[in-house]
Design a protein around this ligand. Structure first.
Ligand code: SIN
Length: 489
């Protein structure tokens, strides 16, 4: 087994100190590829979370009172530390999450980029001066921090989802309590350790870890605290809806990055090879465990068979194995629950008439490995058309014309990402307009970047992360009416 980074600490980070749970209970963290233990982290409860909230509250006055330039210097130092330790962070991520090392390296840079980006965006949190309704007054609008904020992050991107929340929140002057996913707390703790190393002030960034059963307890402690003014959550739509209902109690703000059901449309006028490459990365990146994965691949009838043959050949070249092994491009699924869900979706599709071209079963490597799979004849009668697969299964259907493709793509309550390939400029504008999603990839299967707004419409969420828009969600507007200025005599 690769060595864990020396700077990694396996306790929680609260108020600048490394602490265990009040109950002293711990949670084992395992390598999903082997089931081997990597160590253990505290199982925090309600009072531990309240202590983290208190530490964040105590830090807020100083942190929010600093200049944006001061905060930028801290965040830039944190980004540099991540880049200096990128290889350690990437190996750790592969060990606890399973993704191939090449993908983990890309994610570490993606994660660091949020600190670099928002360090600068914090300096541009401009307000406004509005033409006044009175001669003796001026109207000023400022953007202010919220106070203490919560972050709840998923296991599929153990570093980038942490920094995509923490960076804008902190740049705007908030202090954060973060609850990382139970499967991947180590990457978050490693990021906290780097915060400690570069001098992020105590209490500005706090991490509380816990298991599946602890998550509702930690979440409730955040929601119930009058000090926590916002929660940023990435995870399932079901949990996101519940969180929003619970936050209604004291009107805690939420931003929610939830489930997706992306259609990936290949029109007959597409650049065939480019579309093939795009769908491969969009479908098989992270073994299909992304919210923006191509969940339904729709190929125009005239090119359907040749596209399926070419994609099948590509899928058969994917090397499955431990993410640290050279040449591996697909790791295991995160856990048995994830594996069983994929199996159920494939079984349902087959029962309702889909055809397997390759894969369709657990991989010979054992554990939670699943074969790269190509299914055709997928229709809206099948569960796989409506649920996030979160596995390496390309579910392919066909369509006759543009109108049918758009109707099929929009036939879902989700609206995170949508993709299509076409070389017809009129069609590009028509279809980009018609897709009811927060993100549209045209002639690309990879849309993730810190400079663009990531987020969904419909049941895929509320709010945006990344870009100049991503910092606004972590602020509150204040209108100052400056009256009594008199008139020129
Ligand atoms: C996600 O799938 O949740 C995030 C994907 C990304 O940012 O690339």
């Amino acid at each position: 087994m690769a060595k864990l980074p020396e700077f990694l600490k396996m306790d929680c980070y609260v108020g600048g100190a490394w602490v265990a749970a009040g109950s002293a209970e711990r949670l084992d963290v395992v390598d999903p590829a082997t089931g081997e233990s990597l160590g253990s982290v505290p199982r925090m409860g309600a009072s531990d979370t309240q202590a983290a909230i208190a530490a964040a509250q105590a830090a807020h006055e100083d942190w929010s009172g600093r200049t944006a330039g001061d905060r930028a210097r801290v965040l830039n130092a944190w980004a540099s530390a991540m880049r200096d330790h990128a290889e350690d962070l990437a190996q750790l991520m592969t060990l606890e999450q399973g993704k191939p090392l090449s993908e983990a390296r890309v994610e570490v840079e993606y994660a660091a980029s949020f600190f670099s980006w928002f360090a600068e965006e914090g300096r541009r949190l401009y307000g406004d001066i509005i033409p006044s309704h009175r001669q003796d007054a001026r109207i000023l609008v400022t953007r202010n921090s919220l106070g203490v904020v919560g972050g709840i992050t998923p296991w599929n991107f153990p570093s980038a989802m942490v920094t995509r929340k923490a960076a804008p929140a902190l740049a705007a002057g908030n202090c954060m309590v973060l609850k990382p996913a139970e499967a991947t707390p180590l990457s978050a703790l490693a990021i906290a350790s780097l915060a400690d190393m570069v001098g992020v002030p105590p209490g500005v960034f706090n991490v509380v870890t816990g298991g599946r059963e602890d998550a509702p307890v930690i979440g409730k402690a955040m929601i119930d605290s009058p000090l926590v003014r916002k929660i940023g959550f990435t995870g399932s739509t079901a949990v996101g809806k519940q969180l929003m209902r619970d936050c209604a109690g004291d009107l805690t703000k939420v931003s929610l990055e939830l489930g997706g059901n992306a259609a990936f449309i290949v029109f007959e006028d597409a650049d065939f090879d480019a579309a093939l490459e795009g769908v491969q990365i969009c479908k098989f990146r992270n073994a299909g465990q992304t919210c923006i994965a191509a969940n339904r691949i729709l190929v125009q009838e005239s090119i359907h068979d040749s596209f399926v043959a070419a994609l099948t050949a590509k899928a058969e070249q994917i090397r499955v194995g431990h993410g640290l092994d050279a040449g591996v491009s697909q790791g295991p699924l995160i856990d048995t629950r994830g594996l069983e869900k994929v199996e159920l979706l494939v079984a349902d599709a087959l029962e309702k008439g889909a055809t397997i071209h390759t894969g369709g079963a657990r991989h010979a490597a054992g554990g939670t490995y699943y074969q790269p799979t190509i299914l055709t004849g997928v229709t809206s009668a099948m569960d796989i058309s409506h649920q996030e697969v979160f596995g390496p299964v390309a579910a392919i259907g066909s369509f006759r014309d543009e109108a049918e493709a758009i109707a099929m793509a929009n036939d879902t309550p989700y609206g995170l990402a949508g993709y299509f390939y076409s070389r017809d400029v009129g069609r590009i504008f028509r279809v980009a307009d018609a897709l009811k999603t927060g993100i549209v990839g045209v002639n690309t299967g990879l849309i993730s970047t810190e400079v663009a707004p990531f987020g969904g419409v419909k049941e895929s969420g509320i709010g945006r992360e990344g870009s100049k828009y991503g910092i606004e969600d972590w602020t509150e507007l204040k209108y100052i009416c400056l009256a009594g200025l008199g008139a020129v005599a």
